[in-house]
Ligand binder design. Structure first.
Ligand code: ZN
Length: 679
């Protein structure tokens, strides 16, 4: 039978993938790989890279190439059949990986390569692959007793199932609620664009009036602009109680128990492996050496930002009191008065700014930025097969006009698509068994405000343009790699608290005047962002930056504490951290944790701090561009060579030092966040 998941060309043919293809393809590849593994382990006595590691790469790559489009479609084009097929295959995938990593014979075989005289003739990348493999075998329990191995494998399976349930619940809860308004008088304050979008939402549902959904762009517009305070509260409550025991759909799709179970299993797995707790286990594959290092780092930043954050809250409170006689600023007032205060203080409105940033212009400008920095050229490939008409495909060529890879963009929010923005891999750079080079490819997924039918999308600078640059940074890290071994190629094998370095550094270019000349063009006048407006923006750049910093620290500490302390209660830990850190009062019904996908269904468990951690690297590395010139060619090429091309072969600190000439300092981060004077 024809099965697109088994035909593994340079890029997948997404539109031809049917839910019914998934189970047969995954089962077939797993069976083939198992047979192949058995052959490898019997036939050879003396193991080498060529007769062991190379075939293992081949097997892993084959399965990854089938699974990547499946898990991607599951995230962005979900439907019942796809979900069902995914849920059948995910446990098979988990079982396969755990089986492999708990295979003592395979472990010994790889170990024998590490002990062989030929080991020293391998490249740094090959040796790193072996080193990581041996580490991962230990982290999957290869040394456990047979009974413990079974227990560990069972935990792993349950954990992955719960994590998927967590995110499916959130998706269902997000779709299940809308705010339907038929009286225009209630919608004062909303920009025209948002009104028209809400109208379109209603029409699609064959309803009168306006419909607002819990997809982020819709929710966020209501919170920022809607004058009606009661409706803001209604919307806020629905959003922050998704998938919980509170709010309009209380108890349906409730993640409460799932979160607790996830934590219990993670701790049990860590303990089986001999770690004190899950946080320690998590740090085993990160730059930070031990929990105290992370906590000290985070609390130091809390201390440096708290006083300023309190002032920011006070200013906003006073402003709301003055403007609308608001006696007590509530959670659903913050975004609204923040936008109003921004307008008054800096004479700058997000909606006015948005008109300068059409998707097309920003994209072209962003491509010019990286062309200047790294000499790469990005071209759209028309007519490629994709999963949605709004998806675009691009190729990346380097200075010598060599193809380096591909990426797919899927920018806009829609139903059946998970929230947030992320990058993931489709293909990894490696040589196939026939000697041809497989080029890396990546997904760049966002949830921006979708344009109205037949219209151009405009982005807001603060969130959307920055997010685009951020995710594109991840893509470049994956695509520009020069490493040919999957385990350490591109984003693979990079210590987790360094993965946000290449993404966050990109955000700094968004604030440079030379960049604005490239990414901005007014909707009507076609002028680039005027200098006066740029200066206002710069002035407003660190508006409420301490509040923003504290919020990130609150999330980081909450995540870390949950995974540090055994039997920690989600609610209790969150409340304690909030008491300690937060400057914004949260209502009792707020169930933020229930939608914290990063840690409950993503890869950031005991690792959310990575954003701040890597920001130190990104900020300080960008400071070198500030010193040398933000488009300095040599600096750009040095960054490309020392960071972007290196994948996970070397420790991030070593790479950073190679680029910067010294260890990172936190000063640049404090300066960039406007906190320097309080340190
Ligand atoms: Zn990121």
């Amino acid at each position: 039978m024809h099965n697109p998941l088994l035909e593994q060309g340079a890029l997948p043919t997404f539109s031809t993938i049917q839910p019914k293809n998934i189970e047969p393809a995954i089962k077939q590849i797993i069976a083939e790989n198992k047979a192949e593994l058995a052959k490898l382990l019997v036939a050879n006595q003396h193991y080498t890279w060529e007769n062991l590691l190379a075939p293992l790469d081949e097997m892993g790559d084959k399965l990854m190439k089938a699974w990547s489009p499946v898990s991607h479609l599951h995230a962005v084009m979900q439907n019942e059949e796809l979900r069902a097929a995914y849920n059948v295959c995910q446990p098979l995938m988990t079982e396969y990986h755990t089986d492999m990593l708990q295979n003592e014979t395979l472990y010994q075989a790889i170990q024998s390569v590490a002990n062989s005289p030929e080991y020293h003739q391998l490249t740094d990348a090959q040796r790193k692959v072996i080193e990581n493999d041996l580490r991962d075998f230990k982290l999957a329990g290869v040394h456990l007793t047979p009974a413990e191995k079974i227990k560990f494998a069972e935990y792993q399976k349950q954990l992955n199932k719960l994590m998927t349930q967590f995110s499916d619940n959130l998706l269902d809860a997000t779709q299940a609620w809308v705010l339907h308004i038929t009286d225009a008088a209630l919608l004062k304050g909303l920009p025209d664009e948002n009104m028209r979008m809400a109208k379109q939402n209603a029409e699609q549902r064959k309803q009168e009036g306006w419909v607002f959904t819990l997809e982020f762009p819709s929710y966020s517009a209501v919170m920022k602009y809607l004058k009606n305070r009661d409706l803001r509260r209604t919307m806020y409550e629905a959003y922050v109680t998704r998938a919980s025991d509170q709010g309009p759909n209380a108890g349906q799709w409730d993640n409460t128990k799932i979160m607790q179970d996830i934590l219990t299993i993670r701790h049990a797995m860590a303990e089986l492996l001999g770690f004190q707790n899950y946080a320690e286990y998590s740090l085993f594959t990160k730059m930070a050496e031990k929990p105290d290092v992370v906590l000290d780092f985070l609390y130091d930043l809390v201390e440096k930002s708290k006083a300023m954050a309190l002032k920011e809250v006070e200013e906003l409170t006073e402003f709301a009191k003055k403007l609308d006689s608001i006696a007590q600023l509530e959670a659903w007032d913050y975004a609204y008065y923040t936008e109003k205060l921004r307008l008054e203080k800096f004479d700058i409105s997000e909606e006015e700014l948005r008109q300068y940033f059409s998707m097309e212009k920003v994209l072209a400008g962003m491509f010019s930025v990286v062309n200047k920095l790294y000499g790469i050229t990005i071209q759209e490939l028309k007519g490629k097969d994709t999963w949605h008409p709004q998806v675009q495909v691009f190729s990346v060529h380097d200075e010598k006009n060599n193809l380096r890879g591909y990426f797919y963009t899927d920018f806009y929010s829609r139903a059946n698509k998970r929230g947030g923005a992320w990058m993931d891999e489709i293909r990894v750079r490696r040589y196939l068994s026939d000697g041809t080079l497989q080029y890396p490819a990546a997904y760049l997924t966002c949830n921006f405000t979708r344009p109205l039918e037949g219209e151009t999308a405009y982005l807001n600078h603060d969130e959307e343009v920055l997010t685009l640059f951020h995710e594109f940074g991840h893509c470049l890290h994956h695509i520009l790699t020069q490493v040919d071994y999957p385990g350490v190629s591109g984003i693979n094998g990079v210590l987790w608290d360094a993965v946000e370095f290449p993404s966050q550094i990109m955000e700094y270019w968004c604030w440079e005047p030379e960049t604005f000349a490239l990414i901005s063009e007014h909707k009507e006048t076609k002028a680039t962002l005027p200098k006066a407006l740029y200066e206002k923006m710069l002035h407003a750049k660190n508006f409420q930056s301490a509040m923003h910093m504290l919020r990130q620290l609150e999330f980081s500490l909450f995540d870390f504490q949950l995974h540090l302390e055994k039997n920690a209660s989600v609610e209790k830990t969150l409340n304690e951290i909030r008491k300690e850190v937060a400057v914004v009062k949260t209502p009792v019904f707020n169930r933020f944790a229930h939608s914290f996908t990063h840690i409950f269904s993503g890869s950031y468990a005991a690792g959310y701090y990575s954003y701040k951690w890597a920001e130190v690297l990104a900020s300080d590395a960008f400071a070198k561009f500030e010193e040398d010139g933000i488009f300095n060619k040599e600096t750009g090429r040095a960054y490309l060579k020392n960071i972007l091309e290196q994948g996970g072969v070397y420790p991030p600190m070593q790479l950073f030092i190679a680029f910067r000439g010294r260890r990172p300092s936190i000063d640049a981060l404090l300066r960039h966040s406007g906190l320097a004077f309080s340190s």
